[in-house]
Design a protein around this ligand. Sequence first.
Ligand code: BES
Ligand code: MN
Ligand code: ZN
Length: 498
Amino acid sequence: MNFLVTAGNPLEMVTQALVVGCCTEPEGELLLDSLNGALDGVPAAMYASKEFFGKVGSMTVIHTLGRLPARRLLLVGLGARGEVTPERVRQAAALAVKSLSGAKVTSAVSLLHRAAPVAGLLEASLEGFYLGAYRYDRYKSKEREESRVEEVTALFAEPDEVTLFSPVAAAVKSRCDAVRMARDLVTAPGNVATPSFLADKALEIGGAYGISCSVLRQEELAHLGMGALLAVGQGSHNPPCMVVMEYRGAGESSRPVALVGKGITFDTGGISLKPGANMELMKHDMAGAAAVLGALQAAASLKLPMNLVGIVPLAENMPDGKAYKPGDLITTLSGQTVEINNTDAEGRLILCDALTYVQRFDPVAIIDLATLTGACVVALGHNATGIMGSDSQLVAALVRAGEVTGERLWELPLWDEYGELMKSDIADLKNAGGPSAGTISAGWFLKQFVGSCPWAHLDIAGTAWEDKGRHYLPKGATGVGVRLLIAYLQEVAQGQET
Ligand code: BES
Ligand code: MN
Ligand code: ZN
């Protein structure tokens, strides 16, 4: 999808569709008044009959039949003017784009960003159009040829605004391309998106965006002593590996922010086998890895003035004659020993070695993202990512970024007492706690591997996959984390400048 930014009179725009955001108070709305004039009072009649009166989530289409140069008018509800938020506009744009593609419209002019005097509405509307229009049709023979919305023009009143907002539209495009890339990787079937496939993808992104990228293969992992990552991968014919990416947008001396993503390309549970129902969804157990790759791509494309390190441990968790098993003892890269009591608690194992490894970059902060626990879905459902951490400022900054992007976070405690759950009789730690506080005990486990570096852990088990499809999150992979991390990193970059 391409974004254009122009200035002009909505009543003079020649387009297949004009998308207008409408609030529940039509009084004094110049645009609505002039549309009423051109359309013989049809919009006003709809407000009067309450068929359409700007309610959140509502929409109506009016064919103009030559009364306006625009072929159709899409009126999209945004609720009370004083309550319009970027998230509402994001959702409204997604609703509009679904209707446009249903009508085989390929390009449209949007005024959604002008519905209320609120900052960030242009970004929000373009995000909603582009992310809402996403579909994964790589393996669909017929749907691939169907028409799609290819171009959205954001219309402003003044030429000055075009200069001001054109770079904003370009930045939205960079971010959303990265979200869509992440969605593609997460949705890709497990027999396609293997550890080596994702490593190749990282190398490809590195080459395309000027990010240095190397892949540690099985022998190097063994040489380093990454016993936890190797143990998880040892039951699969697709060998484990680890991606190490370095983006340099600032001088050598500037310490990097580190991003670490869980990359289990398929989670059967291993010898502690998962039940069969819905097991196919466990192809998305690499959504943390995809978010890290997406964030690095977007950061490089936006030329963020900072240094970043991305670490992505990759493995497939399979039951096999050679697989690791309950009761096994493994030695992690940190030297700490772990007794395995459940091979399905594999995410924390591949992450703990990655968290130890990343220390060698002396990062200012470490953020990890992982589809880590089913317990997080029980606790927070699908509307919030769980966050835990060792640094309240880092956690607060991420929570703020969640509000800005609509990728909301909710903090859980990591008190020392939770460590009781992870005590082993024979080793420093065991890898799975009991049935209580499953998300926290996993977070507590990870905390044992981050040293004194400020660290935050994001459990995206409930937010990485959308079962039904809602607004700008079509059914399937959400790409959660990419926009969130970029919003956070932009705030960090701004803080460094001042
Ligand atoms: N990948 C799963 C967690 C998960 C569940 C992600 C549902 C997305 C949706 C993880 O590896 C796992 O199996 N966790 C176990 C941990 C338990 C054995 C301590 C779980 O949550 O049951
Ligand atoms: Mn598991
Ligand atoms: Zn898993």
